[in-house]
Design a protein around this ligand. Structure first.
Ligand code: CO8
Length: 258
């Protein structure tokens, strides 16, 4: 998508691979990034052919945080507005109907870790480093890091990372549950692509529904979530549905034709 300065996108089969391409500033997130990400999300959300998206960074960082040079002279009102802007973009990313895999190639710090946490699955290079260093700058996270981190790693681990600003390696991040897999750096994109292909080969409606329902589990009570699950489960049954085709294909010992 040539009209973008920072984001480059390749569509390979039904998989969108999105690169954050500002390596000279370790892919720090500025206003241009947020404008482009909003536009990209709007485009991709409408594209029914996309089954999985991979988000990764060019160079030695995934993203080393919000752009400090753009933030330094903001007043309180502008600071809040920038935070809200980023929160809105990350929420839209999280709400994309298809699965989003963060392939974390290097530093994922501050706003960069917040961005990775808004993705559905995180796989990381063995060289990646993670942290919420905002308190080093006299700041709190501003893109909902205080909200997503405890949901992913528990309160104690979240407060440890948020208040110590300690940078952790990939094996510590895996142990905490912050990431799901560690990959040798040279194989990161290939492995992300293989995982994306595996997910893309499953029932597309079922995968979208699983994402929606599983995310709901963190945002609603058990009864409401279970009720929603029953509705979606039921919608996959009956003539000409994906579930009918999937079950018929199993019984007929053939691949489903989604
Ligand atoms: N913002 C702007 N520029 C950056 C950033 C950043 N976050 N990170 C790196 N850069 C720039 C450097 O200034 C440097 O530029 P130049 O070459 O012009 O001097 C270039 O990228 C390369 O960086 P380094 O030379 O520092 O590379 P090193 O390998 O020596 O160090 C580090 C890598 C450790 C990642 C180091 O760059 C670093 O500590 N970066 C800052 C990390 C950080 O503090 N991130 C958190 C930022 S705050 C944040 O994300 C809050 C989000 C919520 C905001 C809410 C809005 C109100």
């Amino acid at each position: 998508m040539s009209d973008f300065k920072i984001l480059t996108t390749e569509i390979r089969k039904s998989i969108a691979v999105v690169f954050i391409n500002r390596p000279e500033a370790l892919n720090a997130l500025n206003t241009v990034f947020f404008d482009e990400m909003d536009a990209l999300i709007t485009r991709l959300a409408k594209d029914q052919s996309i089954r999985v998206m991979i988000l990764t960074g060019e160079g030695k960082a995934f993203v080393a945080g919000a752009d400090i040079s753009e933030m330094v002279n903001k007043n309180a009102e502008e600071g809040s507005a920038f935070g809200r802007r980023g929160q809105h973009t990350f929420r839209s990313l999280e709400l994309l109907p298809f699965l989003v895999i963060a392939a974390i190639n290097g530093f994922a710090l501050g706003g960069g870790l917040e961005l990775a946490m808004a993705c559905d699955i995180r796989i990381a290079s063995a060289k990646a480093k993670f942290g919420q260093p905002e308190v080093n700058l006299g700041l709190t996270p501003g893109f909902a890091g205080t909200q997503r981190l405890p949901r992913l790693v528990g309160l104690g681990n979240a407060l440890l990372l948020l208040t110590s600003a300690e940078m952790i390696d990939a094996s510590t991040a895996l142990r905490m549950g912050l990431i799901q897999q560690i990959i040798e750096p040279e194989h990161l994109l290939d492995e992300a692509f293989k995982l994306a292909e595996t997910i893309a080969s499953k029932g597309p409606q079922a995968v979208r529904k699983v994402k929606l329902l599983t995310r709901k589990a963190l945002e609603t009570d058990l009864e409401t979530g279970s009720e929603l699950e029953s509705d979606h489960f039921g919608s996959l049954f009956g003539e000409n549905t994906e579930g009918h085709e999937g079950m018929k294909a199993f019984l007929e010992k053939r691949k489903p034709n989604w």
